[in-house]
Design a protein around this ligand. Structure first.
Ligand code: ADP
Ligand code: MG
Length: 515
């Protein structure tokens, strides 16, 4: 019998000179194709680059990580159902209000977001269309080697779902290496042998933005229209955003896109004095030139750090009350709260009916597909389930299987395992209910080599799959005008690290080799 391929190590054992060659190829390809970030201060100090002209390669794996095909397909196949679910949640103000009320007194950020929504509601929303560029994140779960692997959801992102621009580039990089370099090390690693799926995340996300732009520009406009990317300043992950922008402009009907640092919203935009409340963008280089904003795409504004003072909240209000289509609206942002994910995943004790039937017709088979991706998540409130979870969270042994999450986005906010009991004890018990307690998902072991800041890190890794989705809907009629699965992201981190964010400095970009 011929030796089975599975017996060959993957990634292959590289001779130091082979690794050197691969790194040289990746370094150049990455910069040549914008698989790049602005350098972190630890790599290049601000004094060394006073003009901000430098870019560096994104942390990336040398090889695409093996990922179960069945899980990849499972994740892609339910994305449209997830889009629809979160569009329905965003339409269910009563449901969101109930959730917000539970945390409002201990979470100022959520309270402020809710206030913005209430102010616009009182005045009356002028724009019913709402855009979501979502990303549902998963890890593979497999209890025993014999069991069929499935995916379990880590979280669902409804605001600033990042890395779509870099992710399609990473897939292209690994496909390129499978032609250029891998076959030099091993014949079994050439393109025809590796199953590397297509990844159109840049194109698909841009199409989502375009669908909203097209819907907006169908009605009469008072100025030429544009899309605004609301961004942080400075932004290290700028090329990820630029890829989307270039995609919108390189199209046969290009769209004007402007980057607006969130802190400059009130100086660079205004609201037209009409009943429609169009959002106007004044070009900083020529303020007499005015554009009407069709779509506001938030890549900022998801955390308290972006709101240092009252004027930042006024800026958010200005956008929310305008006629521009928001990606996302406040309600859609709140739908992405970890507390919502917990409420969906915690079975209601009173009936056997899934809470999902509040948002999806009970006969819809997608309900089971969605539920299959849920893992155990508990509240930390005064309910019986919450009381049980509190015991788990402060138990020095049992806490080892859990992660504690506040209602925050962007990485670096979670508390893991044995850090949970002392953390909770440092807080008044009345604040515990603003957290959720989630079982830690332990994916089967995978090995890879990560290239980060020029150095190689080799060993066990943990992979997290994200599937993008785009959805445009009408809040008033509940009609869905666009609903698409929009490509994928694979992020990989060393198995000693808890957090996985690439921008936050923990993870690396990767792509799937389906197995
Ligand atoms: P954030 O909104 O800050 O991105 P996440 O819920 O995505 O928060 O958690 C951040 C990271 O922590 C994830 O990317 C993942 O690496 C890790 N993580 C979160 N929840 C779990 C879990 N249940 N099991 C294993 N790892 C997790
Ligand atoms: Mg996350």
């Amino acid at each position: 019998m011929a030796p089975s391929r599975a017996a060959e190590p993957y990634p292959p054992n590289l001779h130091p000179s082979e690794a050197e060659q691969l790194v040289a190829t990746i370094k150049d390809w990455s910069i040549a194709h914008g698989l790049a970030v602005r350098p972190p201060p630890a790599v290049i100090s601000a004094e060394a680059d006073p003009q901000g002209i430098l870019a560096t390669t994104v942390p990336v794996t040398l090889f695409p990580s093996p990922f179960p095909r069945i899980c990849f397909e499972q994740a892609k196949s339910i994305q449209k159902a997830y889009n629809k679910l979160y569009a329905s949640i965003a339409q269910d103000e009563g449901f969101l209000e109930e959730i917000v009320q539970q945390i409002i007194e201990v979470d100022d950020f959520i309270a402020e977001l809710w206030q913005v929504h209430l102010k616009v509601k009182e005045e009356g929303y002028v724009q019913n269309l709402s855009l979501g560029l979502f990303r549902s994140d998963y890890m593979v779960h497999q209890s025993t080697a014999e069991e069929i692997p499935t995916i379990k959801q880590v979280e669902f992102n409804t605001i600033a779902s990042s890395f779509g621009g870099l992710s399609s580039q990473t897939s292209k990089l690994h496909k390129y290496l499978a032609v250029s370099d891998y076959p030099l090390f091993k014949k079994s690693l050439q393109t025809t042998e590796l199953d590397l799926p297509e990844n159109q995340s840049t194109k698909s996300l841009a199409l989502g933005l375009r669908s909203a732009y097209d819907a907006y520009t169908k009605s009469e406009n008072i100025h030429p229209c544009c899309i605004i990317f609301v961004v942080q300043d400075p932004e290290r992950n700028i090329f990820d955003q630029r890829h989307l922008e270039y995609e919108l402009q390189q199209h046969k009907s290009p769209i004007s896109v402007f980057r607006l640092p969130f802190a400059e919203t009130l100086t660079r935009t205004s609201i037209a004095e009409t009943s429609k409340r169009q959002l106007l963008y004044h070009l900083p280089s020529n303020p007499s030139k005015v554009f009407e904003v069709a779509v506001v795409y938030f890549r900022a504004g998801y955390g308290p750090g972006d709101y240092p003072d009252a004027s930042a909240w006024n800026a958010r209000l200005q956008i929310e009350r305008s006629n521009a289509i928001k990606c996302p609206t406040i309600l859609t942002q709140l739908a992405g709260a970890k507390k919502v994910q917990q409420v969906l995943a915690t079975p209601t004790s009173s009936s056997n009916l899934s809470i999902l039937t509040r948002f999806i017709e009970a006969e819809d088979p997608s309900i089971h597909g969605l539920e299959d991706t849920f893992t155990n998540i508990f509240p930390l409130d005064d309910t019986p389930a919450g009381q049980e979870a509190r015991k788990l969270a402060i138990d020095p042994e049992k806490c080892k299987g859990y992660v504690l999450k506040p209602q925050r986005e962007g990485g670096g906010n979670n508390i893991y395992r044995t850090a949970i009991p002392p953390f909770l004890k440092s807080l008044p018990e009345t604040h515990w209910k603003s957290f959720i307690l989630m079982e830690i998902i332990i994916p089967p072991p995978v090995k890879n080599i990560i290239l980060r800041n020029g150095a190689l890190e080799q060993g066990g890794v943990i992979c997290e799959l994200g599937v993008y989705g785009t959805c445009l809907w009408d809040q008033a009629t509940k009609k869905i005008l666009h609903n698409e699965e929009a490509g994928y992201l694979l992020r990989t981190k060393g198995d000693k690290s808890e957090e996985g964010g690439v921008a936050a400095g923990f993870g690396s970009m990767d792509s799937c080799r389906l197995v």
